[in-house]
Design a protein around this ligand. Structure first.
Ligand code: MN3
Length: 386
């Protein structure tokens, strides 16, 4: 029996690597659905190569182009973001891999869980925004949420066989990004090009900026909170510039388990797809002699304020992490367009959080409204600063 996979966001960094993983195990997996927002060129190429039964182009204006290019292929083509919410429910899908960017991942993931599909979660924003609703629904539907994020995959791997044992603490490792060790003065003139140059990981633009500003790590704290049920105080971030230890679990007897390896997203992607099995790979292996020292330091939350703001949002709860996420999505694109400076990212996010109306026990509709409203407020604040 092959596992039939829907890949949402198949043209992004995680999406393309997932297809490569699937391609190396044709006896184990098949691609049922692929989707992209805008990248029609690659989506069409993938459709011809991997022969999914369904292709979704989220940007409706590009439907005709995709339809024409795939006219001779036996494939169904749908357009629009709403189509994703429908397609994920198809009987022929066993697992949905969510590699969409940002808030857009929430509703398709929700609908997939509701339809009883296991989730390989690469869209951490889904749990940042609506962790409580999503994890509750997954429990109710007996759906597994398998983390693709390398740190959470590491924790998940460390927990195998430990389900009865209590975790005392989680250490989320963090490379520190390209600006580790800089002073605020030295960060004044960072360009998008500087920030897009991550030392260890090849990723999409949005997550690369998120990693440089450390909000990505803040999101991962929130993600870990929901995935593993630990309070924020028991989730500690430790900077580890080599990115060899992908995270650490500490149990109540003081024992620590770490998952290690060269930084390569294909491993956590494959583990999410193959769990509970491990499939053989030819990925490059770690060599101790190449890394005679592994370093660790405390993150500087005075300079990388976004990490502190993330803990604060988690502490406040309700729709506050949703506010944090929406404000971040807007400031990141404004930064990439040269409208705000790198050091202003946390300033603006913090101002938006202070202005936000907090809703405890927010519903899915509340999150959609909060997301919309926050985007507007953030854009206004950016305009005012010009
Ligand atoms: Mn990560």
């Amino acid at each position: 029996m092959k596992k039939s996979i829907a890949i949402l966001g198949s043209t992004g960094s995680i999406g393309t690597q997932s297809l490569e993983v699937i391609e190396t195990h044709p006896d184990k997996f098949e691609v049922e659905v692929i989707s992209a927002f805008n990248n029609t060129r690659l989506l069409i190429e993938q459709a011809k190569k991997y022969h999914p039964n369904v292709v979704v182009i989220a940007n409706e204006e590009k439907y005709a182009e995709v339809k024409a290019a795939l006219a001779s292929e036996p494939v169904k083509i749908f357009a629009g973001e709403e189509a994703l919410n429908q397609v994920v429910q198809m009987d022929s899908i066993d697992m949905v891999l969510t590699a969409l960017v940002g808030f857009s991942g929430l509703l398709p993931t929700y609908h997939a869980i509701k339809a009883g599909k296991d989730i390989a979660l690469a869209n951490k924003e889904t749990l940042v925004v609506a962790g409580e609703i999503i994890t509750k629904l997954a429990k109710e539907k007996e759906v597994n949420i398998l983390p693709v994020d390398s740190e959470h995959s590491a924790i998940f791997q460390c927990m195998a066989g430990e389900y009865m044992n209590q975790i005392e603490k989680i250490y989320l490792t963090c490379s520190g990004g390209p600006f580790r060790g800089r002073t605020l003065d030295e960060m004044q003139h960072i360009t998008p090009e500087d920030a897009l140059d991550h030392p260890n990981w090849e990723m999409g633009d949005k997550i690369t900026i998120d990693s440089a500003s450390l909000i990505n790590k803040g999101f991962e704290v929130i993600e870990a909170h929901w995935l593993f049920g630990l309070p924020a105080r028991d989730i500690e971030v430790v900077v580890h510039p080599q990115s060899i230890i992908h995270s650490i679990v500490q149990f109540t007897d003081g024992a620590m388990k770490a998952q290690m390896g060269l930084p390569d997203m294909k491993l956590p992607i494959q583990y999410a797809l193959s769990f509970p099995e491990r499939f053989a790979t030819n990925f490059p292996r770690f060599n101790f002699l190449d890394f005679p020292t592994l370093d660790f330091e405390r993150p500087n939350t005075k300079i990388f304020r976004n990490l502190a703001l993330s803990y604060e949002a988690l502490e406040q709860g309700g729709n506050m992490p949703c506010v944090l996420n929406a404000a971040n999505e807007i400031v990141v694109s404004a930064f990439l367009e040269g409208q705000v400076r790198f050091v202003q990212l946390p300033e603006i996010i913090e101002e938006v959080m202070q202005k936000a109306e907090i809703i405890q026990h927010a519903s899915l509709e509340d999150f959609v409204l909060t997301d919309n409203e926050t985007r507007k407020i953030t854009r206004l604040l950016i305009e005012k600063r010009k």
